[in-house]
Design a protein around this ligand. Structure first.
Ligand SMILES: Cc1cc2nc3c(=O)[nH]c(=O)nc-3n(C[C@H](O)[C@H](O)[C@H](O)COP(=O)(O)O)c2cc1C
Ligand code: SF4
Length: 488
């Protein structure tokens, strides 16, 4: 325990004894919808990039969830899983019945490994197209739309010759311009496509498939949820957070004029219609929860007042739980390198989503809890008992207990601390907290995620001395894929 990085962590002077743990709120049961959690501990969704390129469950996917399940948390949420039957790289998918056998073996494995103690939900995601940042010449020769708007801008910039040139000559002349000049003449979206890569928005209603999202999404989510039920999940978590389609409908930046954008009620309309379709298909017995943002942390985006409003609407509609996240948007993402796609966890909002010890003076610990607390207070004031799940820099038992004691949330989720030590909660429950392998909160894991490489943790992925019953290795053979086993 001599590592300097440990000194930056939230100190734990003393870990609870087993009998103290038995009294802790953290380890008391809780009803979530019609299903009871054995304890108020939760591993939120984390994409480990272990599916096949066709989105199928692999042995490595199963090993990832088995290992979390051995830690027997109250619930695990399976990573963001695509609801459409379209290629999406090694992201897990649920857009067709052919995915069912793999998903069924996943639910069976978790049930066995947790001894039936852990509830398993799956996060359902829809996302819009995003392209890699193109080389400048390729963009200007092939993708740039040459129209009157562009010619007008060239004219306004005093580039009259180019403005009146034929299309081929115009494109070649643009290639010859320096970057500042080029940025000045390109319309905003074209400039963004050049500098960041093309990205669709829910407000691009001139595109038929975007205009029709309100007609299409309820059915797609409902079909996916029905498959999740058939695969044996205890419920679904609808992904309305971060950079994805439904989050973009909720965003204050959504100014659609078709009744699905503008004021809060209109922005919440499609998310609620999706919920209605899902609930109808899933029934009351199984769980339908939602993850959404307490704050988008972007200019012109939604903030806590919006989240509070949405939380009450969601509770009123009948969601079984509300899981609160923060940030993770494309709008402030770092510019990707040519040939790479923008990643929504690279800018200030992304840093709030998975805060590190370097984020600022306040640090990452419990950083996003106040958002969950505000949503919960509003939901309770409106007369709903819907459980609220808080995440973000949770890594100590006393900190987790304080969240519950203050009534900031009903369930405490730990993503990275569970990755660092999948037995985090179990070790505390059994009085072995001193054996917890603590998370450094420096985001080595997130760096792998960004590159779509199999996610592992720096605290164990080069530990080849400890046993590894799975024998699984990363593609380059240099990392083990599963944390060492632990026995009390
Ligand atoms: C590698 C990685 C992948 C993640 N994937 C998802 C995801 O699929 N869906 C999601 O809602 N959040 C995702 N998150 C965010 C976490 O669920 C969590 O909200 C965030 O890491 C903050 O919690 P923590 O401080 O306990 O890690 C991911 C986080 C990490 C580190
Ligand atoms: S790799 Fe991720 S989970 Fe592991 S210690 Fe670093 S931040 Fe924590």
């Amino acid at each position: 325990m001599s590592d300097k990085r440990l000194e930056r962590l939230l100190p734990v002077d003393r870990w609870p004894t087993r009998s103290e743990a038995a009294e802790m709120r953290l380890f008391q049961p809780l009803d979530v919808g019609n299903v009871s959690l054995r304890e108020r501990t939760w591993v939120p969704a984390m994409v480990p990039w272990r599916a096949t390129h066709e989105g199928e469950v692999t042995d490595a996917v199963i090993a990832w969830y088995r290992r979390f399940a051995e830690g027997q948390p109250g619930a695990i949420v399976v990573e963001a899983t695509g609801i459409r039957d379209v290629p999406s790289g090694p992201l897990l998918r649920i857009g067709h019945d052919r995915f069912l056998p793999g998903l069924k073996s996943l639910t069976d494995s978790v049930s066995e490994a947790s001894d039936g103690r852990t509830r398993l939900y799956i996060q359902l995601i829809d996302f819009l197209a995003i392209k890699r940042r193109p080389p400048k010449e390729k963009f200007l020769r092939r993708f740039l739309q040459v129209d009157d708007q562009l010619r007008g801008r060239l004219e306004a910039e005093g580039l009259t010759d180019i403005a009146h040139a034929d299309e081929h000559a115009l494109r070649e002349a643009l290639i010859a311009l320096d970057d500042d000049r080029l940025d000045a003449v390109l319309p905003d979206r074209e400039r963004e496509s050049l500098r960041m890569g093309y990205r669709e928005r829910v407000t691009d209603t001139e595109l038929e498939h975007i205009r029709e999202l309100p007609e299409v999404l309820p059915g797609l989510f409902a079909d996916a949820a029905e498959r999740a039920m058939a695969a044996g999940f205890d419920g679904v978590e609808l992904h309305y957070a971060h950079a994805y389609t439904l989050a973009s409908f909720l965003s204050a930046r959504n100014d659609r004029t078709d009744g699905y954008g503008g004021d809060r009620a209109s922005r919440a309309r499609l998310p609620l219609e999706v919920y209605g379709a899902v609930r109808q298909r899933v029934g009351a017995e199984r769980t339908v929860g939602v993850r959404f943002l307490g704050d988008e942390v972007i200019e012109g985006g939604s903030h806590l007042e919006d989240a509070v409003d949405f939380g009450v609407r969601f509770a009123q509609a009948g969601f079984d739980f509300l899981s609160i996240s923060k940030g993770g948007k494309f709008e402030d993402a770092k510019q990707p390198r040519v040939g790479e796609a923008a990643y929504p966890y690279t800018g200030p909002s992304g840093h709030e989503c998975m805060p590190t010890v370097k984020i600022d003076e306040r640090g990452p610990f419990g950083r996003n809890v106040p958002l969950a607390a505000a949503v919960r207070a509003a939901v309770r004031a409106a007369g709903h008992e819907t459980p609220v799940i808080a995440a973000g820099g949770i890594s100590s038992p006393w900190q987790a207990e304080a969240v519950l004691e203050r009534g900031d949330a009903d369930v405490v989720a730990a993503a990275r601390q569970s990755l660092a030590d999948p037995d985090f909660f179990r070790k505390i429950r059994l009085g072995h907290g001193d054996q917890v392998r603590r998370c450094f909160f420096t985001n080595y894991c997130e760096g792998l995620d960004q590159k779509h490489r199999a996610v592992t943790c720096q605290r164990w992925d080069r530990d080849f001395e400890s046993p590894d019953p799975t024998g699984l290795r990363s593609a380059d053979g240099k990392r083990r894929l599963v944390a060492p086993p632990w026995q009390p």
